[in-house]
Design a protein around this ligand. Structure first.
Ligand SMILES: [Zn+2]
Length: 229
């Protein structure tokens, strides 16, 4: 088994399916941020069958545009989002989103090296040129889907339209997802979300997460539902 960590960006869904051998567990958050997934990774890495971790960052990344805006003082995020996503770039010496993408790739590489050393598993990092991906021009209203890590392909979870308009936030706890939910709602202006139970064993957890999200002020004015696959 391998773990594939990438950005929640909707444009990556089909591409990530093409990288998924069926033995690939997908994790996604804002900016393919390894340190933002430390709980999820520590849980998954208990499984000795996991032999490698691959990280795919990408160009034209909304998360890096967000970091750039925060560094320039044009945007303020919550303390937890600032600490998780922005803090490591404060000494980067640049506020330019394109340069931040390269720096992000280097940061993820060194995060991965730490894990590789500790656990004795292989790690690799790729910066994907997103302009190389074919995308239909208009895909309707954007939304977000929250789900647990899984080796299911997005083509099995999302319909054709959703494949292009859905930001996928994929980690093991609602707490880890909150930073990405904040970016999706506050920065990307997403108004619709869905929590998807991929397996029957997840039904109860998904119902509990839905309850918590409905009470969270961050989700005020956001339409949020739960769905079973
Ligand atoms: Zn991105």
């Amino acid at each position: 088994m391998e773990i594939l960590i990438s950005c929640m960006d909707r444009r990556l869904n089909a591409y990530l399916d093409s990288l998924n051998s069926g033995n690939t567990i997908l994790l996604r958050n804002a900016g393919a941020n390894v340190s933002g997934l430390s709980y999820t990774l520590s849980e998954l890495l208990r499984d000795e069958n996991i032999k490698s971790i691959k990280v795919v960052t990408h160009t034209d990344c909304g998360a890096m545009k967000t970091v750039s805006k925060v560094l320039k003082g044009e945007l303020k995020l919550s303390e937890i989002a600032t600490n998780t996503l922005v803090k490591k770039f404060t000494d980067a010496g640049t506020k330019d989103p394109r340069e931040l993408e390269n720096i992000n790739t280097q940061i993820q590489k060194s995060e991965l090296e730490k894990i590789s050393k500790e656990r004795g598993i292989k790690g690799s990092v790729e910066l994907l040129d997103i302009s190389k991906i074919d995308m239909p021009k208009e895909q309707g209203e954007h939304k977000m889907a929250l789900m647990n890590p899984s080796s299911l392909k997005y083509g099995q979870i999302l319909n054709k339209e959703e494949m292009f308009n859905t930001y996928v936030i994929q980690s093991k706890s609602l707490e880890e997802k909150m930073v990405d939910i904040e970016i999706a709602t506050k920065v990307l202006g997403i108004k619709k979300g869905e929590i998807i139970a991929l397996y029957a064993s997840e039904y109860r957890g998904v119902e509990a997460d839905l309850k918590k999200l409905k009470l969270n002020p961050l989700l005020n004015g956001i339409e949020i539902n739960a769905r079973r696959l």
